[in-house]
Design a protein around this ligand. Structure first.
Ligand code: BG6
Length: 478
């Protein structure tokens, strides 16, 4: 056996992409409720008001809110040992700044976790996955405002207390390093950045963005401290979108450029959350970009006391970067675009598929931090075709997952302490970047279409049976 016996095989989802029921159970409005649908070529729009005639796919999503029993039963049938999911902050604190939580929201997650536990599925819970309560955004300017740190800490305390004994694994902020690029203003920080006319780029203010990120670091650190106090057996991790980058050429300028990009996008946020302080290389970056972070008394100690226990990350693709060959062909990607790597193939959405890059990345991360690692997202978005209303032959998804798991095996043999793998996703949900249903990642098909039609019927795909076998053999039978 290459994987340890207690390896956490599972799947991952995010509340804003699967729950739906956006105005039920006492839930308050959250940021993702204001995102319209889009596509590969049309960006999703964030609208302050809900516009008549516009389509907001998160409002219904795949209605996990009403189907969770059926869905978790299917996850159990697949043999899943872990299920990564997120809590919608605004189900617990509808506005984010109340003194008392919403009991109905707390009860909902009680039922979800009880259901998991009934089947021996370990919940892995993300506290914030791109869905800040709308009121905190509107009234406080999101994490630009230090008060929001306290609101997040109180949300964290409430759920750590309530789910003590039911949940042992937690992640604070999903893909926290999204805040290191202008597009992450809204999702991580709750900052409204006007978009350019073609809606492709936000008009970014790096000073504002990095100050707000400082507050997010503090919020995360406080949550970690509280989580450990409430239950010292809690394991709390950071969550990084690791976009692995290669130099397009061996030119020393390209090597250096990739090192800098890597520091700023992949390493910075993990360094802070794991080492409890800002890394040396950010000083020059801040100086050269006129960024001046305001620290308050106690911030240093807060970061030091709130170090995470393990490293978790999403891995979908890799790309190339170059300083000397700017005009090469570009590829799309998860959060970051890059230059096309001539040795790799791409998904239908243009993300370059790179299983060997996963082994490289696992080794790189373990070498840097030497703490346990969990892969909490990895999967293929594809436009699946359903045959005769009942069969989905997604051999391409099996190929993708198989190739990545093979490389995980190699990394474990290399000596990396990999403790879990929650693929994205056990069930079709809406895409985060495009809002589409047709960009499907699931092992279970959901009859729901881009125009909002569909019966919500769940149908296991071929990959469902394949993954079941992988889990049953602890990764031996691929
Ligand atoms: C990650 C997010 O960026 O990638 C998920 O954490 C997201 O929320 C996933 O769904 C895949 O991206 P997309 O845009 O294809 O859904």
């Amino acid at each position: 056996m290459i994987f340890p016996e207690n390896f956490l095989w599972g799947g991952a989802t995010a509340a804003n992409q699967c729950e739906g029921a956006f105005n039920e159970g006492g839930k308050g409005d959250c940021l993702s409720d204001h995102l319209t649908s889009g596509s590969l070529n049309t960006k999703r729009r964030f609208t302050k008001n809900i516009e008549m005639g516009a389509f907001y796919p998160g409002h219904e999503a795949v209605d996990f809110y009403h189907h969770y029993k059926e869905d978790i039963a299917l996850f159990a049938k697949m043999g899943m040992k872990a299920y990564r999911l997120s809590i919608t902050w605004s189900r617990i604190f509808p506005n984010g700044d109340e003194m008392e939580p919403n009991e109905e929201g707390l009860k909902f997650y009680d039922s979800v976790f009880d259901e998991c536990i009934r089947y021996g599925i370990e919940p892995i819970v993300t506290l914030m996955h791109f869905d800040m309560p709308y009121h905190l955004f509107e009234e406080y300017g999101g994490f630009q405002n230090r008060k929001v740190i306290g609101f997040f800490a109180s949300f964290a305390k409430t759920v750590f207390q309530r789910y003590k004994g039911k949940v042992h694994y937690w992640l604070t902020f999903n893909e926290i390093n999204f805040a290191c690029i202008p597009m992450g203003n809204l999702e991580i920080l709750g900052i409204y950045a006007e978009r350019t006319k073609d809606y492709t780029q936000p008009l970014d203010d790096p000073q504002k963005r990095y100050q707000a990120l400082h507050h997010v670091f503090l919020a995360s650190a406080k949550a970690v401290e509280i989580g450990h106090e409430i239950d010292p057996t809690n394991k709390i991790g950071c969550m990084i979108s690791h976009v692995t980058q290669y130099p397009l050429t061996p030119h020393p300028e390209d090597m250096l450029y990739v090192q800098q990009q890597d520091h700023q996008f992949n390493d910075f946020t993990a360094d802070v959350q794991i080492r409890g302080k800002y890394p040396y290389y950010m000083k020059r970056f801040f100086d050269e970009n006129n960024i001046n972070i305001q620290w308050e008394k106690g911030d240093e100690g807060t970061l030091k006391n709130g170090c995470v226990d393990f490293y978790s990350f999403s891995y979908y693709m890799s790309n190339c970067q170059s300083k000397i060959k700017e005009s090469e062909e570009h590829s799309a990607g998860n959060l970051l675009e890059g230059i096309t790597n001539p040795y790799l193939e791409s998904s239908e959405w243009g993300w370059q598929i790179d299983p060997v890059g996963l082994r490289y990345t696992l080794n790189k991360i373990y070498d840097r931090y030497a703490i346990p690692i969990m892969i909490v997202e990895n999967g293929l978005g594809a436009n699946d075709k359903i045959e005769n209303d009942k069969t989905i032959n997604d051999g391409y998804r099996i190929d993708y997952l198989k190739a990545h798991i093979e490389q995980m095996k190699e990394a474990v043999k290399d000596g990396v302490d990999l403790i879990g793998y929650t693929m994205w996703t056990p069930i079709d949900i809406i895409s985060s970047s495009t809002g589409e249903m047709k960009k499907r990642y699931g092992l279970i098909y959901v009859d729901k279409n881009d125009d909002g039609t569909g019966s919500f019927k769940r149908i296991p795909k071929r990959s469902f049976y394949w993954y079941k076998n992988v889990i049953a053999s602890n990764g031996e039978n691929l």
